[in-house]
Design a protein around this ligand. Structure first.
Ligand code: IPE
Ligand code: IPE
Ligand code: MG
Length: 242
């Protein structure tokens, strides 16, 4: 596939990425898994810069899933401190590039220090008008849908809403992504072809691209290749294009 042939006029508005393969990247070098996570930061930077340069408006990165809490305590701890470090180091760069930071997921499940760092960075970048970078943290699609169902039940109990008024639009309004358009393009690195409980509701009509590269090696060329692949797709949304 030509990696330099993305067209400037058909850029996906929202790209969502499962950043997978850090552990394997480290293992290939005989290193501890955490080294893979550390080296994944450069790929996050490359993806964010490329997305902004190409005119993508929303970039969602899956950083930590609900299920990832079941990894060893040492790996979870290392990931949490890496998140704190990364946020601290990257905020000036986000400011410079006018990137607005958001987070989705169960922030209450995070160590307070991590949650506070994110809250602060989100507040600091709230006025930025460039790319919106959404980090999915302690996030899973099923968790989000159940959380949304609870909010709807509360609305019904308080008579703000009738059960018959629950439409897809109403449901989407209580999801964490209510202010974010559905992804146009999904990218997963690492070689596995699965969704792993990422944006289950939002991916309904997203184009899927699997990049044969481990996350720490993901760079501009892989992002451009994914966009070029997306631009070859015919999105029908169940209709007939004639
Ligand atoms: C993705 O890389 C990062 C997180 C899930 C936090 P992995 O840690 O899953 O790496 P592999 O898939 O084991 O290689
Ligand atoms: C998905 O990767 C979650 C993140 C990248 C944060 P996993 O490595 O956790 O997914 P599985 O276990 O391969 O499905
Ligand atoms: Mg993995």
């Amino acid at each position: 596939m030509n990696t330099n042939n993305a067209q400037p006029n058909n850029i996906p508005q929202h790209v969502a990425i499962i950043m997978d393969g850090n552990g394997r990247w480290a293992k290939q070098r005989g290193w501890k898994r955490v080294m893979g996570h550390q080296n994944g930061i450069a790929a996050v930077r490359a993806a964010t810069e490329t997305a902004a340069q190409m005119g993508v408006k929303f970039l969602t990165l899956y950083a930590f899933s609900t299920e990832n809490w079941q990894r060893s305590q040492s790996e979870v701890d290392a990931l949490m401190s890496l998140l704190v470090d990364a946020i601290e180091k990257e905020v000036p760069e986000l400011q410079k590039n006018k990137v607005r930071l958001l987070a989705i997921g169960n922030m209450q499940a995070l160590p307070p220090k991590v949650a506070q760092k994110f809250e602060r960075a989100i507040a600091q970048t709230a006025g930025n008008t460039g790319l919106t970078l959404i980090i999915a943290l302690s996030y899973s699609g099923r968790w989000e849908i159940v959380d949304a169902a609870k909010r709807l039940c509360t609305k019904v109990l308080s008579k703000q809403l009738q059960p018959n008024d629950i439409t897809e639009e109403e449901f989407a309004r209580v999801l964490q992504t209510s202010a974010i358009p559905d992804p146009d393009l999904f990218i997963r690195t690492g070689g596995d072809q699965r969704i792993s409980n990422f944006l289950l509701w939002q991916l309904a009509y997203t184009e899927l691209h699997f990049a044969d590269v481990l996350w720490p090696d993901f760079r501009r060329e892989h992002f451009v290749a994914a966009i070029a692949d997306y631009q070859q797709r015919e999105r029908r949304f169940g209709k007939v294009n004639e």
